[in-house]
Design a protein around this ligand. Structure first.
Ligand code: MRU
Length: 362
């Protein structure tokens, strides 16, 4: 898919979603079926988008924000001739907001859509304006990923120009964003610059975003990789030849604490202990300046089934389960935060406040 609209032309091999103009539908690549099947799901209204987010058809912080924005536009197109228009849109926005709690990009995108709804409520072309805004949010996210990829790869090169061993967790790739990816965008750009010897991919229990999604993206582009179970990470880092651990984020508090996929915190501790650098890559739409610190970030708990059942087969006997799917890495374990507005070394409250007051780079 070619994107760019006069900004920066790039062809994206993988996209998690697109707007189907002819049918006026949001098309979602069903990430539950990857890597075995590439199936697209058409969404016709906000309820269908909310369900797709909840059930992980589309996942990853920026991607669910973009999907929710299109969800509002879909609902506007469906409801524009109804009696209670446009007030009837608010329940749809609330329903989308209730789909998943941790990634702030969802609430960030819905806030933008809600503000546009208020601003243009009396305009006859309100649905078209909301659709245009959803497309702008989508486009800006791709641009942000491309900028972060470049900045992160430059940073890696600044430390060492030889091909390096990197580690990543979960999927912060094209599938988790508008396209290209955050952590995986940096890895893509580093690979293009000849800086990648191997990417160690943590499988990411229980949903297997690493082995099913990140590996799929890397294999498509012939980026050398090796898959490991999550609990092998400390053992691999101890060998001392992995220079960077590179991850995405679901929400970053004002003091620089980072919520990301469960297991990220352990990786940051291990990276610090073994001298690997720890890089978080996230657009500024992931930064929540309303929350002072990571302890305030709501952590999603998902169904026990994710631990007890695999592909319909019981893995063990039924029992009480604790399944938090995100954790919080304290800011002082993070070497560098890469955003589209620039790089922050050792993020803290002051440096994040300064970053958020800067204009975008692109
Ligand atoms: O539960 P998921 O798959 O939505 O979790 C995704 C992650 O934790 C990603 O690392 C994060 O959203 C960043 S995506 C660019």
């Amino acid at each position: 898919m070619a994107v760019g609209r006069g900004m920066r032309e790039v062809t994206l091999d993988v996209v998690p979603l697109y707007w189907d103009e002819a049918q006026a539908r949001l098309m979602l690549l069903d990430q539950r079926r990857l890597p075995h099947a590439e199936e697209w799901l058409a969404c016709a209204n906000a309820a269908e988008v909310a369900r797709a987010i909840r059930e992980m058809v589309v996942r990853g912080a920026p991607a669910i924000g973009i999907a929710a924005a299109y969800g509002v536009a879909l609902e506007a197109l469906a409801l524009q001739h109804s009696d209670n228009w446009p007030a009837a849109l608010q329940p749809a926005i609330d329903q989308l907001a209730a789909s998943r709690p941790t990634a702030v990009n969802l609430f960030w995108a819905l806030k933008l859509m809600g503000e546009a709804l208020q601003r243009h409520a009396r305009q006859a072309d309100l649905p078209q304006r909301l659709l245009q805004l959803a497309e702008d949010i989508h486009q800006a996210d791709i641009e942000a990923s491309l900028s972060m990829g470049q900045l992160g790869a430059e940073l890696i090169a600044r430390h060492d120009r030889h091909p390096q061993r990197l580690m990543t967790h979960c999927n912060a790739g094209a599938l988790a964003t508008g396209g290209y990816g955050t952590a995986l965008g940096v890895i893509r750009a580093a690979h293009a610059a000849g800086l990648v010897e191997c990417v160690h991919v943590n499988e990411t229990r229980p949903w297997l975003q690493g082995s099913r999604l990140t590996a799929w993206e890397l294999l498509r582009e012939d980026i050398p990789l090796q898959l490991n179970v999550d609990s092998a990470a400390a053992h691999l880092l101890k060998a001392g030849d992995i220079s960077w651990v590179i991850v995405g984020a679901d929400r970053i508090a004002a003091n620089g604490d980072v919520a990301n996929k469960i297991g990220t915190y352990a990786l940051a501790v291990q990276a610090m202990h073994h001298g690997a650098r720890f890089m978080v890559v996230a657009p500024t739409s992931t930064i929540d300046m309303q929350l002072d610190c990571g302890e305030d970030i709501p952590i999603e708990e998902r169904d026990a089934e994710e631990l007890l059942v695999l592909n319909g087969q019981p893995l063990t006997v039924p029992m009480p389960v604790c399944n938090p799917v995100f954790d919080v890495t304290p800011a002082d374990l993070i070497d560098v935060l890469v955003t589209e507005k620039g790089i922050v070394e050792r993020p803290d409250a002051d440096s994040l406040a300064a970053l958020m007051s800067r204009d975008r780079l692109h």
